[in-house]
Design a protein around this ligand. Sequence first.
Ligand code: M6R
Length: 363
Amino acid sequence: SKGEYRHYMLKEIFEQPKVIEAALEGRLSASSVLVESFGPEAQALFQKARQVHIIACGTSYHAGLVARYWLERYAGVPVQVEVASEYRYRHPVVPEGTLFVTLSQSGETADTLAALRFAKTLNYVGSLAICNVPGSSLVRESDMSLMTRAGPEIGVASTKAFTTQLIALMLLTLSVSKAKGQPAQPEIIGALQALPALCQQVLGLDRQIEVLSQAFAEKHHALFLGRGAHYPIALEGALKLKEISYIHAEAYPAGELKHGPLALVDSEMPVISVAPNDDLLEKLKSNLQEVRARGGQLFVFADQKVGINSQDDIHVLELPNVHEALAPLLYTLPLQLLSYHVAVLKGTDVDQPRNLAKSVTVE
Ligand code: M6R
């Protein structure tokens, strides 16, 4: 049941500290990931993996895009990420030693399942399903699986399923990294353990985000900006907003502004950005100046240390400091809350948006 919450989506957003903890439970040692979490064959398969192909749809695809940044940076393995509906009808070239990974909350998404079946006819070393439903078709038909343990997700808009997929993908990154003999990342393990409490803290921004949401209720468009692993987080923020509030939203890597979307920016175009304290921060800040110079209204979720202050045309909400690797997880939460509150203000059917189904079992 929804309990004290008005909608399942809100309940599921607030469950994230708990389910992130569940997704980590029994899968970490003091300084590394227990590779056996992926099953008995995992170590051998990860050692063989010279590259990774990740296939998914919708929000799960966005999780895959984040994983590309992680796997390349921390495991030194090249990664391709693609939506299943495109992949399954291409003629993909599969280099020797490629691991095939699917991501799916339901494990029944028609295109993702078809992509797996197609991949089995190709030259992959093996397949891994990261999934929230044990015993689903995707899990049954893959060589290995890792459950995300988000619990049932009722809201059509995926929230806790996404953040637990990110946890699973970080576990994958660290496991592949270890199997490939890369240096251990004990600080990321520590940061993973500290993450549920940080998420709890960010959920404390709910009331402030609700106030902020008023600025969006009358708008017809919104632009989301991010850089690096936060570009996919911007994509996810835009998908959430369009899915439940029906406001047209687009996401761009902030560095692409000048190459087109800047022409859209005026006082009627709210621009939402996430600004963690990473090595792209200075670049991002100058992109935000470009928006301000065009009269755009900025809404920035920023690390408390980045020193961007609220002014007339820029609204800043501060997030606690987090290990750079895990910032994409933390910065997802305020974007979920923002789209939720905008949708509530607009009076849409939050848990059951028009034209959409929770599980897309037809092509
Ligand atoms: O069950 P899956 O993760 O395979 O579903 C994929 C998409 O249909 C799903 O993520 C969809 O984009 C969500 N409704 C987004 O909130």
